[in-house]
Design a protein around this ligand. Structure first.
Ligand code: HEM
Length: 467
């Protein structure tokens, strides 16, 4: 009996030991960056997802930066990853799109569509198309021409509604406001006419969505996808319906662009909704929390916006692009909020070739994660980095911010919704400080897990300043 089992057991031990050794020491043609691959299969995922009750860079990243330096290796969600907080290297990586690296989110997209990521990526047009179509609808020209006044209208109505409430939770209220506005722009969704609160559906489903999307009837994800699907079907069967929204353009482009299948379009709309309302609402909630704690900031904001109103030739005219561009202090408040919020936990790339950096080799096929918080909350760049100090932006040179302020990424691949996000926040502050006063009902608690969250909520009351 022993003569049979002993060799089998020995062989299993040898295989397991070899496997474990390979897990801990992945193949590499040079020297891997320092770090640890953690436990077999799960790697260091649990540590990465652990929440911390602080606005600071997540402890997982901070501790490893201290131990290994600005570039270290780890394993997250079953993949080998190199994390970088080296501004020079990050800058280089952002310039290597399509050469040494490629954007990562198409992987999740491909998984949802049950397609091969390489097949989607092979369409060089996909990224370019997505970027151009979003910029066409949400970029500076569209904002200037029509969206600025629509935003002013929508935010005015929303804040008026809030001022009738005894209390409101800021994160969910701003999420609903942004969701309704973006969904209307994308596919003319009319929140007030919908039977469902799809904004809440989206929010509930957000955690882990892109990695584990399960389209099971009854789930929020399923409901949200159904709403977009039925809108697409209705438009396709009634081609005479033209609503002048984003979906109209996609429908027109579907005739010429082969990658624009029904499924692709549905998930693209879904992805855009998520990309827009969660990011802006988290940044805006943090901004409201911070300005509410800083009377001096509210005072200077109010002065800036009252001066804008006073200098208006026509008292009945709306907020203009020129006014938006002129509000220097508000832009500082927006930058400072984006810096502290650092809402994107990581900007991901996949390496297409081995990459050499500081004497290390990052193997082909690995993930690369740039962590904005590690740069934006770095005390060597930003003095007293956890303090909300909009005035610091008076002295930050373009040279410093180009590499150390990347809330929207950088270069050719940076966020296509960046200007829209900033305009939305600017218009929001304009209306807020000229018309309303805030009172805290329940203080919020900042949590990173690693996405920015607000515990069990931040509640305020809004009251009109005049009458
Ligand atoms: C505070 C708000 C926002 C933040 C912090 C943010 C952040 C980011 C980041 C970090 C990236 C990745 C860049 C990269 O991979 O190099 C990105 C990409 C993108 N974002 Fe945003 N985003 C915000 C709002 C929005 C909004 C409102 C929209 C849509 C209207 C949007 C649409 C996109 C798109 C389409 C991309 C992909 C761009 C490309 O691949 O060329 N984002 N965003």
């Amino acid at each position: 009996m022993w003569s049979v089992w002993l060799p089998v057991a020995s062989l299993l031990i040898v295989i397991a030991t070899h496997w474990l050794y390979r897990w801990r020491n992945p193949k590499c043609s040079g020297k891997l960056p320092p770090g640890s691959m953690g436990f077999p299969l799960i790697g260091e995922t649990l540590g990465f997802l652990a929440s911390s009750k602080s606005i600071d860079t997540p402890t997982f990243i901070k501790n490893r930066m201290k131990k290994y330096g600005q570039i270290f290796r780890t394993s997250l969600a079953g993949r080998p990853v190199v994390v970088s907080s080296d501004p020079e290297f990050n800058c280089y990586v952002f310039q290597q799109e399509g050469k040494l690296v490629e954007r990562w989110y198409m992987d999740s997209f491909a998984k949802i569509l049950h397609q091969d990521a390489a097949r989607i990526n092979a369409h060089k047009n996909v990224h370019k198309y997505l970027r151009n179509v979003v910029l066409g609808h949400f970029g500076p020209e569209a904002l200037k021409d029509k969206m600025l006044s629509q935003l002013e209208d929508a935010i005015n109505k929303r804040l008026h509604g809030w001022s009738k409430l005894p209390s409101l939770e800021v994160k969910s209220s701003t999420s609903a406001m942004i969701f309704d506005f973006t969904a209307k722009q994308l596919f003319s969704f009319q929140a007030d006419k919908s039977k469902e609160d799809i904004c809440e559906s989206f929010t509930n489903f957000l955690q882990g969505l892109m990695s584990f999307p399960i389209n099971i009837p009854g789930t929020a994800y399923h409901r949200s996808i159904s709403i977009i699907t039925s809108e697409l079907e209705e438009r396709k069967s009634n081609p005479e319906i033209r609503k002048g929204d984003f979906l109209d353009q996609i429908l027109a482009d579907m005739k010429t662009e082969t990658f624009l299948t029904d499924n692709f379009v549905i998930y693209m709309m879904f992805g855009l909704l998520l990309a827009s309302f969660e990011t802006i609402s988290s940044t805006l909630t943090l901004a409201i929390m911070l300005i509410n704690e800083n009377p001096k900031v509210i005072r200077e904001l109010t002065e800036e916006h009252e001066a804008i109103l006073k200098n208006r030739e026509d008292v009945n005219s709306g907020f203009t692009w020129k006014e938006y561009k002129s509000m220097t202090f508000t832009h500082n408040v927006i930058n400072e909020s984006l810096r502290l919020a650092s809402v994107a936990p990581g900007i991901l790339r996949r390496t297409l070739q081995d990459i050499q950096v500081n004497g290390y080799t990052i193997p082909k096929g690995w993930a690369l994660m740039v962590v904005p918080a590690a740069l934006q909350l770095n005390p060597s760049t930003y003095e007293d980095p956890l303090t909300f100090n909009p005035w610091r932006w008076q002295n930050i040179s373009a040279n410093v911010s180009a590499k150390n302020f990347i809330p929207f990424g950088a270069g050719m691949t940076s966020c296509a919704g960046a200007e829209f996000s900033k305009v939305l926040m600017g218009v929001f502050f304009h209306i807020l400080v000229t018309k309303y006063r805030m009172t805290t009902i329940k203080e919020g608690e900042v949590i990173r897990s690693p996405a920015l969250g607000f515990g069990d909520g931040f509640h305020i009351q809004l009251s009109a300043k005049h009458g």
